[in-house]
Design a protein around this ligand. Structure first.
Ligand code: BYC
Length: 313
């Protein structure tokens, strides 16, 4: 359980750790708002990993070959592992995984907007790997240096696995792009659907992001939403060219003066609607998660009973 304190008590000690870019550990006193912000972000991150298993899991029984099935199975299992590391990191802040799961199911905690979109073809498995995991890497590599120790350390292994995920997605799309015209069209159609939602993963523009300023000051976030979105666009453009797909943005072009690509804005009204639970698959994702939680009740009861028995002298 973490210690929290009244601001005037040991605020200076906390500030010194943050200024030195050192880590805050669970044993350290921390302002209540810092703790609450971390619980919010880590819980949302953990929920995203767990809900994120659903869109890809949708294709497990219909993978086109044994090889593709083995790869997809391994990837989906990795996401479950990521969720568990992150719930463990959140637990060091004095909340339980049970409590967080109940909040997710009740709709009082969020998960990434991207997982509210459907996966309509097998190309989506590749596009999720390439773009969604690519966006996750851009966002998560800086989080390895976040100010809260358990969160930063959980990110290290997660990032290594996300790199593999991104490569498998790119390799799947590259294979399809060397295939028939129908396969090539399937890839382009998938990229057309996922490009804008992938850009939304980084959150609202900095000017409309209520949490960025404080989270940057505390070293929870190391880059702003817009900085990471720009990095992602700059990284994706040459990869798209190499694949032979067109990114669906007429405003996308290299700006030599800035040394970055200019690009259009996602539909932020759509983003807000999805974040508020109005995405195409929002109800389905939560209903599925609720059912899995309820179906797993007997496993939790059995594990608790076994642990209690083991504790008896
Ligand atoms: N979706 O002030 P802001 C994965 C919310 S898993 C939904 O900018 P913040 C993968 C935000 O929570 C990837 N909600 O917030 C898994 C806030 O609302 P609340 C998951 C969003 O926290 C399986 C409000 O909008 N990655 O890659 O400073 C298979 C205002 O936003 C979104 C993470 O979770 C969104 N996209 O910055 C494949 C990374 N964006 O909470 C792949 C960790 C914003 O105040 N999280 N909101 O009610 C972060 O880095 C930050 O939390 C964010 C948002 C950049 C996402």
């Amino acid at each position: 359980m973490t210690a929290t304190y009244e601001p005037d008590e040991t605020q200076a000690a906390f500030d010194r750790i943050i200024e030195r870019h050192d880590r805050i550990e669970p044993r350290d006193a921390m302002p209540e708002k810092y703790r609450a912000t971390l619980v919010r972000q880590i819980a949302q991150h953990a929920h995203s990993e767990i809900i994120g298993m659903q869109p890809e899991g949708n294709w497990l029984t219909r993978a086109p070959s044994l090889r593709r099935k083995a790869i997809l199975l391994a990837k989906v299992q990795d996401e479950a592992g990521h969720g568990l590391y992150l719930y463990s990191a959140a637990e060091t802040l004095g909340v339980s995984r049970q409590e967080l799961t109940e909040k997710l199911i009740a709709g009082t905690q969020k998960y990434s907007s991207i997982f509210n979109y459907p996966t309509l073809s097998y190309a989506d498995v590749g596009t999720i790997g390439w773009l969604v995991d690519g966006a996750a890497i851009c966002n998560q590599v800086p989080l390895c240096r976040t100010s809260y120790g358990p969160y930063g350390r959980s990110m290290i292994r997660i990032c290594k696995e996300e790199s593999f995920h991104q490569r498998q997605g790119y390799e799947l799309l590259a294979t399809m792009m060397r295939g028939t015209p129908a396969q090539q069209e399937m890839v382009q159609e998938s990229v057309d659907r996922f490009w804008w939602p992938a850009l939304m993963m980084f959150g609202p523009p900095d000017a409309d992001s209520p949490n960025t300023e404080q989270s940057m000051a505390w070293g929870i976030k190391r880059d702003t939403n817009d900085e990471l979105r720009q990095k992602f666009v700059d990284m994706s453009v040459p990869q798209a060219e190499r694949l032979g797909v067109t990114l669906p943005d007429p405003d996308l072009r290299w700006n030599a003066e800035r040394g970055h690509h200019d690009f259009g804005q996602p539909d932020w009204d759509e983003f807000m609607a999805v974040v508020k639970g109005g995405g195409p698959c929002s109800a389905q994702r939560i209903a599925h998660r609720r059912k899995a939680h309820e179906d797993g009740a007997w496993v939790r009861e059995a594990a608790s009973a076994y642990a209690a028995k083991e504790r008896q002298p």
